[in-house]
Design a binder for this molecule. Sequence first.
Ligand SMILES: Cc1ncc(COP(=O)(O)O)c(C=O)c1O
Length: 304
Amino acid sequence: MKIREELIPERRSYALDTPESGSGLLDCSMGENPYGFPDCVREAWRSFDLERMCRYPHSRAIHDEVVRYWADYAFIEPENVVPTDGSISALCLLCNILAKPGAEVVGFAPAFTDMVEYTRMMGMRYTGVPSASSDPRGDVDAMLDAITRDTSLVYIDNPNNPTGRYLPQAEIDRVLAKCEALGVYALIDEAYADFLPCGESSVLLGPKYKNIVIVRTFSKGFGLAGLRAGYIITAKELIRYIDKVSNPYMVSEPARCSPLRRYRTGAFRPRTLLSSPRQSVRSGPPWARDSACAARTTACPSVP
Ligand SMILES: Cc1ncc(COP(=O)(O)O)c(C=O)c1O
């Protein structure tokens, strides 16, 4: 058998066996934003020159957009940014860099299934620290105990998938301080952080720590899951290695030209059914406001 043993067991993923959520179908397990994307995206794509599609993607607009997006909060240079095909590609790249046989990843349990699966499939060991307590400080204490000099990576999805729990900056800061002291990388997956103010992002902690890696996506708050665009913010030293393992043409040209910066300057506020359930259900996502559409809405059996 030439295939790596870790690839023999079935893979678990949120993206497998899920029905296409077309009109009238909202699959909450996908974390898609039923409110869709902001109008500035439509405007930007109307002016996109389609002729550019016949060449390999080269635009660095997304690097500059990310820098400007965070300008009021943190000093980032375009060289600190790596655009990726959604945040899931970012997670895969980072595992690829750190996957020495038996390397240890410390994270919470539960955590984003696909990340846990990537670590396993790449021959790493995932140590899951239970996050059952109502006091996040206690769970962070347990995580700090689990992190040792032998740990390669700490993974925190913040907010967490599936619990939705958000760890305040002060708690993330405690984890980062220990990681920095021991030379461990800390990956903060902020897939759902666009539902929180920018000022609460771990991006603000970046200048303080050189081992921090932040992953963001356009899929959730900005309603662009189909675009497949996300990005990594980290130190330039690590980016040298990310570039080595990455597909050289990661992220399509139209996705590189998305107007991220205008999301903040415009009136757009990421919304989700979960952010304010009562209000959301009353006003409803665009498709549910149409009663004919609502009548066609189907309930699917939930997937364990
Ligand atoms: C915590 C977390 N990280 C990353 C992803 C991947 O999202 P995408 O690849 O669309 O950016 C998801 C998707 O549900 C997620 O829940």
